[in-house]
Each structure stands twice: as C-alpha cells, then as structure tokens.
Design a binder for this molecule. Structure first.
Ligand code: ANZ
Length: 804
C-alpha cells in the first residue's frame, strides 16, 4: 500500500483532537519549555506559506522536547484588532467582530491541517472582551503610575490612511506610513502617550543577557539611541535668556563658531532682532511640511537664517552669532546646538555656505571637510594636548565646576503615541468629566466593551468613530456629574504586548494569570517570528513586561529569552510573494495535493531557517518523493511491516544510526532543520543498502522523523507496533562509543614518498602498526636493498620509513 497522505493526516488530526494529546497542564514534576510563535493577524487572505515555516520550526522543537521529558507550552492565538479588518468592514458594510470570527475560524482550520501540536484550549484572541479586559487593566496600571498621560503633541497624521489616522513614529518609514505608504504630516493633536522613555536605559542594558540575533539587538539599540554627552549653557548678549545646547562633543567647545536654534525653538521670537522677524516667519512656513528625516538628511542643501542675536561661549567669552536652521530638530536634545564646523559634517557644510568661521581644535584634519576622528586637542586652552575621551571628561568637569553645564544622557526614543482615531481597537478606559477631571473606568467595571455601531467611518476631523456612539459615550456618576468617554482606541500593538502571558492562564477572570502559573512557566524559552518585528512589537512587549515586573505581576524582567527570525519565503522568481505579482502559493493547495507533512518537511529542508529562500515546486515534489521512499522502506504492499525489519541486528547500520540520532538531536536543538533532514536522508540511503533492518533502529528513525512529519510518524509508529501516540515516547539516545571510527587508513612512505596504504584497527598499538607497515608488499620492494634507519609513526595517519 502506498503512502496515502490524506487519510493518514485526517486520521491523526482527529486522534489528537479527540484525545487532547497536546493539552498542557502545570506538571511541576517535569522541567518546563515554552515555545512561542508570533501569533498572526487573521486577515481575509488566510495563511501564507511563510507562516508555516516558523510554526513548523517551533513545532519540531516542541515535539522533541515533549519526548525528552519536558512539559511543553506551545500555544497559538490571534492578534485580531487592526486596520485591515476595519477597512474591509467599511468596504462591505459588515461588522468587524463578525469578519474577525470568520477569519479566525479559517486560520484555525488551516493551522489544524498543518498538524501543529498546539494546545488549542489556550487559544487567545485580542479582540475578545475577556482578553482585552486585561489589556485595559495594564493601561490603568500605567496610568496610575504616571506612565500613561494625555498631551497635545506633534503627531504623525496620515489623512489618506482610511479617512485619517495617527500612526506611531515606529510606523513611519521615509515619511510614509509603514502600511500602505501614505504621506504622513506632523500636526499637533491631543493624544494618549505611554512613557516608554522611562525604561530607555533598561531596554538597552537588558539586551545584553538575551539570546537574540545581534542584528535585532543593534536595531533596538539604535532605535532607543542612547547618546552620552553634555548640556552646555550659553548666555545671550543683552538678554536674560540662556540657551541650553546638547552636545556629544563638549571637548570641541573652543571650536564653536555659531549657535543654531531649531526654527520652532521657544526663544527665537524673544531674541530675534526686528529686522529679521519677517524672514524668520517666511522660513518657518517654508519648512513646515518637511519631515525630520528630510531635515537632517546629510545630502541636503543647507538652509537657515541669522536671528541678529549673539550668544557668549562660556569657556572663552567669544561672541557667537545665533542662527536658526532646519537641520536642528525641535524634538531632539534641547532643540539647540553649538556648531563646530571643523569637526561636524553638517556644521561644516552650513559654515561653508554662509561663510561662518571654521576653527579646528583637533589635529589631523584638512580644509576640505570636517574632521570627526580622534586626535590631539589644539587651540583649546586647558584641553590642549589631550585626546578626545580625556578632553570630554575634563570639559564636563569644568562645566560642572563653573555651573555652565553638566553631563547629559539623551535618547532618540520618544514616548509611545498610544491613541488611534479608530473603531476596531481596545477602548481606552477613561472618562472625561464636565468639571475637567479625567478618571479611569473602575477596575471592577472592566472590560469596557466596544459598542456595536452601524457606521464605523471616521469623521475626518481627527475624531474617532466612537465619538458618534452617543449612548455609549455619555456617562453620569452617582452625584449626577456628567462625563464623556474617551473615544480614541489603543493601537494595534497593545494586545500583542502581553499575549504570551495570557496563554499561561487564558480563562482567569481575576488576574492576567495566576502567580504560581506565571512562576512555573517563567519566560519564553524560544520565540520565532518575522524580522519585521525587530523594533515595534519586540520593544513594546519588553516595555510592558518590565512594567509588569516592576508591579510584581511577572517573575522575569524580560519576556523572550531566545529569539530567532525566520527568513522570508519568496516566490519562485525570487521576488516577494504578492497578489499583484501573481506568485502567491496557497498552503491549502499544497496540503491537499502533497500533504502537510510534505509541506512541513519541504519548508524545513529548503535552507537555513533564518535565510530568505525562493519557493520551488521541484523541491516540494522532491520532499514528497523522499517521504514516499521512507514509507516503502517500512511498509509493504499490504500495509504491513516490511519483512526485512527484524529484531536481529547484524551491526551494519549501527554507526549510521547512532550518528543520525546524534546529529538530528543536536541540529533540532540548534534549529538547523535542513541539516537534520539531510542526516535522516543519509540514514535512509544506508538502510536501503542493508539487507536487514533492525527494528530498534527503524523505531528510532521514525521518532526522529516524527517532529518534522508528525502524521506519518504516528502512522508508522502504529505499524511498528505502537499502541498510542508517539508524542511522548522517550527520545532516542545514542552511544558515543559507536560513533568512533573503528578502522583507519594509514599512509606508508619511504623516505617521504607515498608508496602504499593500509587499513588497520583504529586502536592498534604502535609497534604492531610498524611491523605491518614493514611487511607491506610495496614497502618490502622499496626497502629490499636498503637498511632501515628509522620509522616515524604519526599516529593513525602515516608511517614514514627512513632507509638508505
Ligand atoms: C557639537 C558637536 C561637535 C557635535 C562635533 C557633534 C560633533 P547624537 O549622537 O545623535 O546624540 N545635535 C544635538 N541636538 C540636535 C538637534 N536637536 N538637531 C540636530 N542636531 C543636534 O548627536 C548629538 C550631536 O548632534 C550633538 O553634538 C549636536 O552636535 C547635534 F564635533 O554638538 B554636536
């Protein structure tokens, strides 16, 4: 009987569901292992072939760990709030919750056909009020600790994105929205903001102990952008005001030749002389629409205006002209800089253009460009002769002593803009009262549910659709005080910032999860997902986790101990799969035609997990042919065990088997699935050459195969005599002594020339080997007329006979 994937896969999926095979409890007698996938957004398109890649990887590890005696938490859920569903709802006039329900059902069904060993009883859905009750609860704790606040701030307003919405800094790429590429404008708006900056230092420092790809850590460090320098205070001539600048190079203070304020700086109007005011106003208008990125672009032509006022260099009393220029951002540091054109590239270009003084204070530069390297300080009074590090420290001491400045750490990270003018998100549980007070919705009234609305279109003036939910909106307290609910909702990232905790205790109504369960499961041992989450999700989740740790809710200060990014599966033409290119492969079709086991095996075999690789139909059918070959190795025409599988063991396969167990085990552990599968192939080739197949080796082989091809694994296990699932059968072990080479080939030389080779036992004694070498026929011929002077024995490799 040939390999019938459809029957087999259906049979075992039913078995696992009926027997709740993968239901997980808190078995404290076993060590725990928490394997997590990045849960998907349930779009209308269903699963993409990229999804099963990461899911299969964690599934293989989960299955191996179960057999190794671990209690494995391997859950799945849905990150279901968000724009695409809202967009689709608006287009079709349907309700987002209904659409979500359908999409989730479809995703779940697709995942079940892939044979992923999830504990479905732990499924979470971020749009379920029982779930978002806790998202709102976390928001309330942040609010109580002063880490959630309202502010009128400059936001990224994307008017063309679905009738207008605000997006986070993290969601803006090159001045456009990450989703859809719509233009983004900076406008002031009332927003909810989370104080992620309070955690900036810890978010950088704690990366150290994590087993994450260095590139992701580096992206987070850059995003947070810690920069250590100094604040320096400049007096303004004929004025009371002081200008505070932030600089990473206080050592260059003697080389400052002008000061620049950002055009939006509060002091500009006060200090600018009357004859410059019109020009300044015009300049401000001109740059209003530019993004920060454009303004600070190194390649951009510099622009600016002189204010007419002068600052005094605190270290030498020099008079420095004060300019405004768009390359100085209002939102970074203090919005003001001291310009040192000899040692800063932007300042250099600006000084060249406006003919300002360029004064070198470090040796080593030319007149052609700014010298930004290290070197001996010159023209710098008490810093002369020092290198950069010493000069920085010395200048900071001087500034602090003379009350002219101090050491200062700055971060590029801004607080997290946390409100969206959308319907399909978690309501922010705040009430604004008529007397101006704002209060939280009391915890015992959570969840604050989204009201059902016929029409969820935004008004276009920046207000959320919830502003039209009149009945829901109006509240009155016991004293008759009237209030309105907050109408903004949370951003898509809220629900995914803590979902991994909810899997631990998904139905708990009294807490995020019971403390003893949180203690038992600890942090995630293995987290696999796409690279696109390098900063957004992974930074937000770390922030919330640290906050919950500080509250004493979770026992670990970091959520994800080990992180791996799977590569992308590209189209056959090596381009990204997309509808418009018509190169999207639907996993359902593959499962149908080839089987889930083939899909899993193919995606694991196509290359290293982290690499992006093009889809190949040939590779896919190759994987299927190999599974057919495995089947035929074990099962005969009648569906019984092949006759050459016996309880005898003649030793032929011993080495190959032990090597296979070792390599596959280590490779699964190290997530090197492609090389693990190669080794399984080597074993099958060896097995086809052997006359008899020892039952114990075939059983072990099936166990090694089962994590990759679990349906076939179960079926073969049954044919081999197993009476229950293979899922918990103890993982095969190997014997290191069976792996050593027991024979070696030794090269025989006479006077350094190779004359022969002999094969001997690896542990042969030295004098024994020399005897054999001298007895060799070819050697005998060579030394017949000579006298042997010396025998050099390089153990296990070479014998050189010196004779003359
Ligand atoms: C003087 C100086 C001399 C600087 C020199 C650099 C080199 P990071 O590392 O990014 O923190 N800067 C400060 N605030 C700014 C703002 N709001 N907009 C644009 N530029 C700003 O860079 C800090 C440096 O960027 C600061 O150090 C300042 O220029 C500039 F040889 O001060 B420096």
């Amino acid at each position: 009987m040939s390999y019938q994937h459809k029957d087999i896969e259906q049979k075992w999926q039913d078995f696992w569901a009926k027997n709740a095979t993968f239901k997980t409890g808190e078995d404290t007698s076993k060590p725990k292992f928490y394997a997590l996938d990045m849960f998907p957004f349930p779009s209308g398109q269903g699963l993409h072939v990229g999804h099963p890649e990461g899911y299969t990887a964690t599934d293989i590890v989960s299955r191996m760990k179960r057999s190794q005696g671990f209690n494995v938490l391997h859950p799945m859920g849905f990150d279901a709030f968000g724009l695409p569903t809202e967009q689709y709802a608006m287009k079709t006039g349907r309700f987002p919750a209904d659409i979500t329900k359908e999409n989730v059902a479809n995703f779940r069904k697709q995942m079940q056909t892939l044979g992923l060993s999830y504990d479905w009883d732990r499924e979470v859905n971020t749009t379920d009020p029982k779930y978002y009750k806790w998202t709102q609860w976390i928001f309330e704790q942040l609010y109580k600790k002063g880490l959630a606040y309202e502010d009128k701030i400059m936001v990224n307003w994307a008017p063309d994105l679905m009738g207008g919405t605000v997006v986070a800094n993290e969601e803006v790429i090159d001045g456009k929205t990450e989703r859809g590429g719509f233009p983004v404008y900076r406008v002031p708006m009332r927003q909810w903001v989370l104080k992620i900056t309070a955690y900036a230092d810890r978010l950088i420092d704690d990366l150290e102990g994590l087993d994450w790809p260095e590139s992701i850590k580096e992206q987070q460090r850059n995003w947070i952008g810690r920069s250590i320098g100094a604040s320096v205070f400049f007096d303004v001539e004929n004025a009371q005001d002081k200008i505070e600048v932030f600089t990473t190079r206080p050592d260059t203070l003697f080389g400052a030749s002008y000061v620049v304020l950002s055009p939006e700086h509060a002091l500009v109007d006060q200090i600018a002389t009357d004859d410059n005011k019109d020009a300044i106003e015009a300049y401000r208008k001109e740059i209003a629409s530019k993004s920060d990125l454009e303004r600070t672009d190194l390649n951009k032509d510099k622009s600016g205006i002189f204010t007419g006022a002068y600052a005094i260099n605190p270290v030498n009393g020099e008079k420095l002209p004060i300019w405004i220029a768009d390359y100085v951002l209002a939102s970074y540091g203090t919005g003001a800089i001291m310009a040192v054109p000899a040692h800063d590239t932007r300042d250099f270009e600006f000084a060249e253009k406006f003919d300002l003084t360029i004064k070198p204070v470090i040796e080593g530069g030319t007149n052609e460009e700014a010298y930004t390297g290290d070197g001996t300080h010159i023209n710098s009074g008490f810093l002369d002769g020092m290198d950069k590090a010493t000069a920085i420290a010395t200048m900071i001491d001087w500034l602090e002593e003379h009350d002219r400045g101090h050491k200062q750490v700055n971060f590029r990270l801004r607080d997290w803009i946390f409100s969206r003018q959308r319907y399909w998100g978690e309501p922010i549980p705040v009430i604004h009262w008529e007397d101006g007070e704002s209060t939280l919705v009391p915890e015992d009234q959570l969840p604050l549910e989204l009201p059902y609305m016929e029409d969820i279109k935004p008004s276009g003036n920046g207000e959320s659709p919830l502003a039209n939910a009149t009945e829901w909106l109006a509240v009155e307290d016991e004293n008759g005080r009237k209030g309105l609910r907050e109408t903004n909702t949370m951003p898509q990232w809220a629900g995914s910032s803590w979902y991994f905790l909810r899997y631990i205790d998904p139905t708990n109504d009294d807490a995020i999860a019971a403390p003893e369960k949180l203690n038992y499961w600890g942090n995630v041992d293995l987290y696999i997902g796409g690279q696109e989450h390098a900063v957004l999700h992974l930074l937000y989740a770390r922030f919330w986790h640290k906050f919950l740790y500080d509250l004493g809710v979770v026992p670990t200060s970091e959520p994800f101990q080990k992180l791996v990014n799977q590569g992308m599966i590209l189209g056959e033409n090596h381009e990204k799969m997309s509808k418009s290119k018509g190169n999207v492969v639907n996993p359902d079709d593959i499962v149908n035609e080839y089987g889930a086991d083939t899909l899993r095996m193919y995606e694991m075999f196509m290359g290293p997990l982290e690499q992006s690789i093009a889809w190949s139909e040939d590779g896919l059918s190759g994987s299927r042919r190999w599974l057919d070959r495995v089947w035929r190795m074990i099962v005969d025409e009648d569906g019984h065990l092949n006759a050459n599988i016996t309880t005898e063991n003649d030793g032929t396969l011993t080495k190959s088997y032990h090597q296979t167990v070792k390599k596959v085990t280590n490779d699964f552990e190290g997530l090197r699935f492609n090389t693990a599968i190669s080794q399984l192939m080597v074993f099958v080739n060896d097995a086809y050459k052997a006359e008899k197949l020892p039952l114990e080796y075939i059983k072990g082989f099936v166990q090694l195969l089962a994590p990759v091809a679990p349906h076939m694994g179960e079926e073969l296990w049954q044919i081999l005599g197993g009476t229950d699932t293979i899922a918990f059968v103890a993982w095969p072990t190997y014997d290191e002594s069976q792996l050593v080479e027991n024979e070696v080939e030794v090269v025989l030389q006479v006077n350094g020339k190779v004359r022969s080779k002999i094969t001997v036992a690896a542990d042969i004694a030295g004098d024994e080997l020399e005897k054999l070498a001298l007895a060799d026929e070819a050697i005998q011929k060579q030394v017949a007329d000579l006298t042997v002077r010396k025998v050099i024995n390089i153990k296990g490799k070479l014998i050189n006979i010196v004779a003359n």
